[in-house]
Design a protein around this ligand. Structure first.
Ligand code: AMP
Length: 208
């Protein structure tokens, strides 16, 4: 969990590699559905571009289907889901039906001003999801260092959408921090440090 721009996607990639489990990123899944203009992609587009949350029933259906895939049998990491209390409760039910439970909920915290600075000018690879900060020296259209596809500015990384996404996070998603604290699985991580320092803290929290 974490507001937009705290580094969820970047850290998720590292954890996935370390534990050999897939990252299930609802944001990436929606962007790919939007690109392919699937029915879910077309339904989600207006919400995503405004920085609003896609309705719970849509996103819960997407996650439910994804969790049935073979690669999720040995464990998985959720990035950007759940984002509302209804989603968290639906996830609990989904997992209960499968005889599973979450091992940990990691909340990455970064001050708002740092987030706004980070998101302005970041470039994202629409193909593999790799994110490049404003200090990368790369421009829109340059090739992704990971997969070679062209980099772009996300359509919801505009100043208005960023402000709105932050407000949506505080209102709808931040209450989940208490939800997972109550379940005794919450790990709070200071995300206002280098990528490697944050990764080391997450690793320590997950193995502790
Ligand atoms: P992200 O890549 O996680 O920042 O997600 C990008 C956008 O996709 C969000 O601003 C929402 O519009 C939408 N989205 C992603 N995950 C969810 C979710 N769990 N619930 C509702 N909307 C979501």
């Amino acid at each position: 969990m974490g507001a937009p721009g705290v580094g969820k996607g970047t850290q998720a990639r590292a954890i996935s590699l370390k534990y050999g489990i897939p990252t299930i990123s609802t944001g990436d899944m929606l962007r790919s559905a939007m690109e392919s203009q699937t029915p879910i992609g077309c339904e989600a587009k207006k919400f995503v571009e405004r920085g609003d949350l896609v309705p719970d029933h849509v996103i819960i259906g997407v996650v439910e289907e994804r969790l049935t895939c073979q690669d999720a049998v040995g464990g998985f990491l959720l990035d950007g889901f759940p984002r509302t209390l209804a989603q968290a409760e639906a996830l609990d039910m989904l997992l209960r039906d499968k005889g599973l439970a979450l091992d940990a909920a990691v909340a990455i915290e970064v001050p708002d001003q740092v987030i706004v600075d980070r998101l302005g000018g970041r470039l994202t690879c629409g193909s593999c999801g790799m994110v490049y900060g404003a200090d990368s020296g790369l421009n829109e259209g340059d090739s992704c260092g990971n997969c070679g596809e062209p980099l772009a500015i996300r359509s919801d990384d505009t100043p208005d959408a960023i402000r709105h996404r932050l407000a949506v996070y505080r209102k709808s998603t931040e209450p989940l921090v208490d939800y997972y604290r109550g379940k005794g699985i919450l790990k709070i991580i200071d995300g206002d440090r280098s990528r490697d320092a944050v990764a080391a803290s997450i690793e320590a929290a997950l193995s502790g």
